[in-house]
Design a protein around this ligand. Structure first.
Ligand SMILES: Nc1ncnc2c1ncn2[C@@H]1O[C@H](COP(=O)(O)OP(=O)(O)OP(=O)(O)O)[C@@H](O)[C@H]1O
Length: 352
């Protein structure tokens, strides 16, 4: 059945769901679009602040109706309450209330960037592998809704398994437990996963996955600063964020914005990684500082955050990434692996 037909059928079924104060859910103004993908159904019910509990039974029934029609798809129905007074953040502001840890995950490290295409996902995956090489149990959550590339980087295909109780069983690759928001999307559909939909999707991937006891979960964030970041940092204890930048100035200015946001939200910045920092000639092994290296290190100093290290621009990183064979896993003795491992060790020194 076409996704649009199923979406319409679900909406019809919601006409039987009564909401507090009278009326039915299908005609309720707070019901979002119903998004249907090959693996998931997602929609949100926006309610007035304080009405979350009253709407609980309606959400439950909506979930059941959608599940009955959706077959094996994972159903995500979220209740969202718009806060009338948006929280204010500032330097040294108290942590927003309600941040919790994720069951079975000791530490969460997020990897972000000011802009896209700087190699954030590549860095996130290889840092995760480098942490695993230190003997830690590591997972990766790809939260980059607008360009989920972790499955390709780790050679993962298909959807994660879902247990009878609705909990995801993550993929496994090179010893990592892996979940990607990409497996819930169909190409071109990311744009409709806005606001509450995207954030509730992320929340479920994070909290309804059997991570099986991790020392560290590495989250690959979308580039920039958006809804996903704000929701994650408000709801979940993130132990620190690594910012990836390239040496070019523009990327650094964008990185600065990301760092400002983290400070305003009282999320610790672990440090800055300079990706594609210098070029190693494959034939001679010579190093060339093609962009004038050191920009990120100086920027880190200026911003008063630690510099975690440079990663070279090397063909093997690109080729290995495209082939689902990340260098840290497949070339444990290569120079690029040494760069990632040194960054991982500096990172560990900053996150207890
Ligand atoms: N150090 C590197 N050397 C060579 N190529 C690299 C390096 N880092 C990343 N790349 C390549 O650059 C491209 C972009 O990398 P990646 O997808 O990790 O970026 P991103 O910042 O996550 O992008 P997006 O914002 O689109 O998610 C990929 O083709 C990747 O293989």
């Amino acid at each position: 059945m076409a996704d649009t037909d199923l979406s319409a059928q679900i909406k019809n079924a919601l006409a039987d769901v009564e909401i507090p104060g009278g009326g039915d859910l299908a005609s309720y103004g707070g019901l979002s679009d119903i998004i249907v993908t090959p693996g998931a159904i997602a929609f949100a019910i926006a309610v007035a602040p304080g009405m979350e509990a009253a709407f609980g039974p309606a959400r439950e029934q909506a979930q059941q109706r959608a599940q009955a029609l959706g077959g094996a798809r994972k159903v995500m129905v979220s209740l969202t309450a718009e806060k009338s007074n948006a929280p204010k953040f500032g330097h040294g502001a108290p942590q927003p209330q309600g941040k919790t840890r994720v069951d079975g995950v000791k530490r969460i490290i997020a990897v972000g960037s000011g802009k896209g295409g700087v190699g954030k996902s590549t860095t996130a995956v290889n840092i995760a592998l480098a942490l695993a090489a230190e003997g830690l149990k590591v997972g990766v959550l790809d939260a980059d809704l607008y360009g989920p590339s972790v499955p390709k980087l780790l050679g993962i295909e298909g959807k994660p398994a879902i247990r009878d109780d609705g909990i995801f069983t993550p993929h496994e690759a090179f010893g990592l437990k892996v979940m990607s928001i990409g497996s819930m999307l169909v190409p071109g559909q990311a744009v409709v996963w806005r606001g509450p939909m995207a954030t509730s999707g992320l929340r479920q991937l994070l909290r309804e996955t059997d991570w099986g006891g991790l020392d560290v979960l590495v989250i690959d964030l979308p580039p920039g600063t958006g809804d996903i970041h704000i929701a994650l940092f408000q709801q979940t204890v993130v132990d620190g964020v690594v910012i990836v930048s390239t040496p070019q100035d523009l990327a650094l200015i964008d990185a600065q914005k990301a760092i400002d946001m983290l400070r305003r939200m009282s999320v610790p910045v672990i440090g800055l990684v300079e990706n594609m920092s210098y070029f190693i000639a494959p034939d001679t092994g010579h190093r060339y500082d093609i962009f004038g290296t050191g920009g990120a290190e100086q920027a880190a100093e200026r911003l008063d955050i630690p510099f975690l290290g440079p990663i070279p621009l090397v063909m093997s990183i690109r080729e290995g990434s495209d082939a689902g064979a990340p260098p840290v896993a497949v070339e444990p003795n290569g120079p690029e692996t040494a760069a990632y491992r040194s960054i991982a060790r500096r990172l560990l020194a900053r996150v207890p």
